[in-house]
Design a protein around this ligand. Structure first.
Ligand code: AMP
Length: 517
């Protein structure tokens, strides 16, 4: 579990194949079949994907990339990024995608920490990143249209190359976590972590070569890169590859597609489109949501508008996917369903680690082939977040109900302790969101001289929304006094990151001094 030692541990054997890439190669239904199509009508067949990935693998090896080396990538989304990702895997190296929003200072930290052999960036940022990338041996560029020195390096290679053998335990990727508390950590994911999860999702969500996924997620994050892309590739299906969320474009593509995967924002934005009707969704068989909690109201509205129950699932960078609502059976709004096959999930008392019974809120812990190998070069952090019996402490609070459905109550670090009592923000948010005129809310704890932390609500109000006193009065009879917000603040919208997660840390910072005077 130590960081950075995988290269030494695994000497490639001639008999071995490339574990993750073999999953994709072996599942190709017909090399001429389209795997990726862009809105401009560019089409790539499986044969193109394999050859282009081979050309990248050859170019990387020519640039001195050895098995186990990292290849860091901060570029705009395009099909070429997928070919590059698979090229890195075929070269036996470790793919390290970086959020396009990261600043040069942040990139400097990641490159210093991960020590990649090659760094690929957008040509427009090449100069701004020069200092941050000064220690990297080779710097290539790749733009949103798929052009740049990385693509040129691949153009010069023959794509018909042998894969570098890699076993299930070898690293395939490092994904840095969002790092809202402290330094961002690099989650080390093996070939088997990714391949086993892709297989499980193909089975659970009934993917086949006939599926066409609308892919509008970023590809620097586990959701767009692994959950969406690997699942499609492992099933021999295809993707309509959009550069970003564009609700009108998604609606116009639905008649040609069968599955949409998105963060909750996808669904709230699509619900604002008058064209979203049962007819528009006729050919679709599945809508999946994750990465942030889907409001029960969004679930209900979607069902009323399209006739489809959104399937909500739960996972994280470190664990890939851990739970899913059932394909057949009740997809229960406000829950993330059951542990996936092969995943053990338990809820424990965060202090003592004792396993808790049904309907009792505690820390969610997960174990299985889906769970990562630890944080890159952070052995202490890794050790602190695993139990002795191998369970990973997710940092998410939740419960398992009497029917076995898992509920996420929020991040452990968002728990509010007011006057010595635990307050779960989700419970308060659910009550506030149910008030007429409230669009949504975020409940946070702010430093308070008497209570330690004071429960504080940040509310987005629509027409008919009560004012501060009105919200407080409405909650008085519904929640214990210590759970009721001491203050209710109104905003036009909640701060969200690209994955649709409400950034409570920003709200806490913005209102840190609220109770100081
Ligand atoms: P990331 O590592 O960026 O994928 O973030 C993972 C975190 O997102 C989890 O630890 C949860 O806090 C949250 N998350 C993911 N899926 C859900 C979901 N369906 N409902 C609530 N929270 C979720």
């Amino acid at each position: 579990m130590g960081a950075g030692d995988t290269k030494a541990r695994h000497s490639p054997s001639r008999l071995m194949t490339n574990h993750l890439f073999s999953l994709i190669r072996d599942g190709v239904p017909d090399p001429a079949k389209t795997v990726i199509e862009t809105p401009e009508g560019r089409r790539y067949a499986y044969a193109d994907l394999i050859a282009r990935a081979g050309a990248y693998a050859a170019a990387l090896r020519a640039a001195g990339v050895a098995p186990g080396d990292r290849v860091a990538v901060q570029v705009e989304k395009s099909p070429e990024v997928i070919f590059l990702y698979l090229g890195v895997v075929r070269a036996g190296a470790v793919f390290l995608p970086l959020n396009t929003a990261y600043t040069p200072a942040e990139i400097g930290y990641f490159l210093g920490d991960a020590e990649p052999t090659v760094f690929v960036c957008d040509p427009g940022r090449r100069e701004a990143l020069a200092e941050a990338a000064a220690g990297v041996r080779t710097i290539w560029t790749l733009d949103g249209a798929g052009g740049g020195s990385a693509a040129e390096a691949a153009d010069q290679q023959d794509g018909d190359v042998a894969d570098v053998p890699r076993g299930p335990e070898d690293l395939a990727a490092i994904l840095y976590t969002s790092g809202t508390t402290g330094r961002s950590k690099g989650a080390m994911l093996t070939h088997d972590n990714l391949a086993s999860n892709a297989r499980t999702l193909v089975d659970t969500w009934r993917f086949t070569a006939d599926d066409v996924l609308i892919h509008a997620l970023p590809v620097f994050h586990t959701h767009g890169l692994f959950v969406a892309t690997n699942t499609v590739l492992a099933s021999g299906g295809s993707m309509l590859f959009l550069p970003r969320l564009d609700p009108k474009l998604i609606l116009s593509l639905m008649p040609r597609a069968s599955v949409l995967m998105g963060v909750p924002t996808f669904y709230t934005r699509l619900l604002k489109e008058p064209g979203l009707t049962p007819e528009a969704a006729t050919g679709m068989r599945l809508f999946v949501s994750g990465s942030a909690p889907l409001l029960a109201e969004t679930h209900r509205e979607w069902q009323a508008r399209t006739g489809h129950a959104i399937l909500e699932r739960y996972g994280m960078t470190e664990t890939n996917m851990s739970t899913s609502n059932p394909y057949d059976g009740d997809r229960v709004a406000g829950t993330v369903g059951f542990p996936l096959p092969g995943v053990s999930l338990r809820v424990v008392d965060p202090e003592g680690g004792r396993v808790l019974g049904p309907d009792t809120v505690g820390m969610i812990e997960v174990k299985g082939r889906n769970v990562f190998q630890g944080y890159w070069r952070m052995p202490e952090k890794t050790a602190a977040e695993f139990r002795a019996d191998g369970f990973f402490i997710t940092g998410d609070l939740g419960k398992i109900d009497g029917r076995g459905y898992v509920h996420i109550v929020g991040r452990g670090k968002d728990l509010i302790i007011s006057g010595g009592f635990n307050v779960y923000p989700k419970e308060v948010e659910t009550e506030i969101d149910a008030l007429p005129g409230v669009v949504e809310s975020a409940v946070i704890g702010l430093a308070h001289p008497d209570f330690g932390e004071a429960v504080t609500a940040v509310v987005v109000g629509g027409p008919g929304c009560p004012d501060e006193a009105g919200v407080q009065a409405a909650l008085e009879n519904r929640l214990a006094r210590f759970k009721c917000p001491k203050r209710v603040l109104f905003v036009d919208e909640l701060p969200r990151n690209t994955m649709g997660k409400v950034q409570k840390n920003l709200l806490r910072e913005a209102h840190a001094g609220l109770y100081r005077d």
